[in-house]
Design a binder for this molecule. Sequence first.
Ligand code: AMP
Length: 514
Amino acid sequence: MSFDSLGLSEKVLTAVAAAGYREPTPIQSGAIPHVLERRDVLGIAQTGTGKTASFVLPMLTLLERGRARARMPRTLILEPTRELAAQVEENFSRYGVNHKLTVALLIGGVSFDEQDRKLGRGADVLIATPGRLLDHQERGKLLMQGVEILVIDEADRMLDMGFIPDIERICKLIPFTRQTLFFSATMPPEIQRLADKFLQNPIKVEVARPASTAETVTQKLIGSGGEQHEKRAVLRQLVRSAVNLKNAIIFCNRKRDVATVFHSLERHGFSVGALHGDMDQHARTATLDSFRKGNLTLLVASDVAARGLDIPDVSHVFNFDVPHHAEDYVHRIGRTGRAGRSGEAVTIVSSSDQKSLAAIEKLIGNAIPWSEPLPETGEEEGEPRRRSGGDRRRKGERPEGRSDRAEGQGNRRRDRGESRRHAEPVEAIVDAEEAPPPPRAPRAPRPERERPKAEPVSQAAPERNRRRRDPEDRDPPVIGLGDHVPAFLLRPVRLRKTKIDDLAETLDEEAEAS
Ligand code: AMP
C-alpha cells in the first residue's frame, strides 16, 4: 500500500515523501482513512510503530480547512510526559512544513507567559500534558469549546501516572461532538473502560499483540546479589563487556536510583546522562539531545521519563532493576531493536525479583535465557577503570576516589557544557561508596531456571566499603557521640556510694543467703 491511497492532502504527501517514507506502517494504513472520515479511532500500538504520524498526518489534512480563533484551539493532543509532547510537536513541524498552522505546546517546567501568548494568537494544534493544560484553563486563558479533534495518546501510561481524573475533567470541557482518537500500547480493563466512555462507535486498529517484544531484540538475564553496589558492579561489567555497544539506556525502577546509578557511572568515567521526572525541562531536553547526537553513550532513566521516546538506533538496553509492571519490560526493551535493527536487552536479576520476572515471562509468553558468564573486567578496588566502551575521561582529569570529588564533578559537567541542574543533586557523596565491592565470580548461565540468591556483603570488606550513601545500605544511626568521645569523658570516674547502692548490696546478700 502507498501513502497516496490513504486520502491525505497533497501538502501532507509532499512532506511525507520529503521525510523519506515509502509506505505507511500498519497503524498508519489502518487508522489514517478512518481519521479522515471523522470516525473515532481506538489505536492499540506501541511507540516505534509509526503511531504518531497515524494521527498527525490526517490531522494536518483536516486542519487545512478553517482557522483558529484566539484562546480557542481547534485540536488538542494530550501526552503523559513533556518529552512525548515535544516529540509530537516535532512531528507537526516535520510533516507540516507546507502548512501555516500554529502549534502551541503547553508543558510544565517552562514559563506560562510564552504559552499564554501563543494561545492568545490562536492555536490550530494544542499539545499538552494534562496538569499544565488545566492550569491554563483555570486561569481563564483557554477555552475548550472549539476543540474538534481530541487525541489521548499513551492512555495506559496516563493511567500509571494517575492522570485519568484530569483526563476525565478535560473531556468534560470539550464538546461532545468532537472526534476522539485514543491510543494505548496495552488495554488493561481500566483503559477499556475509559475507551468505552470517551469514544463513540470507534474503529479499532490493533497492530501488535500488546505483550509482544520485537524479534530483533536479543533478551538476556544476568544474576546479581541484591545489594545496590553489587548491581552497580554487574552493570559496569555489562557495559564494558557489551559487544558492539553504540549507546544504551539503563532503566531503574526508582527516581533516586536513577540519580545514584548516574553518579556512580559518571564517577567510574563513563559517558552518561540521566533522565527522570524531577528534572527541569531545560535539563531534560539537553540530556536527550546529547544522547541523540551521540555525545552521551549511556542514559540512565526511569520508566516515566523514557516512555515513548523516539531515540532511533539504541543498541542496548540494560534493566538495572526488573520492572514491577510486566508491561514496562516490553516498553523498555522496545527502545532497542527499532525499525528492524538488532538490539540487545539485558536485565539484572536478584533473588527478590522472582515474582516480577515470572510475571514478565508470562506476559511475553516465553522464558528469557540467562546470559553467559561475563568476562572479568579487572576492576580494581578503590579506583574506577579508565578504558571502556563508555569511557569519557579526559586527559588531565584527576582520578576518582579523591576527597574533592564534588568539585571535580562540577568541572566535568562544565567541560561538557552541562549545568549542575542537569544531574540533580542526590544524597551527599561519600568517598568510599564506589569502591568496588569484593570480587564476585561471574555467574554461569542457569540451565534450569534457577534464580540467584541474595549474597551477604563480605565481612572482609574494608570498613570504608560499608559506608554507603544509598538509603538502603546506610550506616547504622550514630548514638550519642559515636566514635568521637572526648578524652576527658573516657577518664575513669570514682563513684560515691549512695544509699541506693547500700540497699542493692543488702538485697543481693539476702538473695544469696536464701
Ligand atoms: P512513533 O511510533 O510515532 O514513535 O514513530 C517511530 C519512528 O518511525 C519515527 O522515527 C518516525 O519518524 C518513523 N516513521 C513513522 N512513519 C514511518 C514510515 N511510514 N516509514 C518509515 N518510518 C516511519
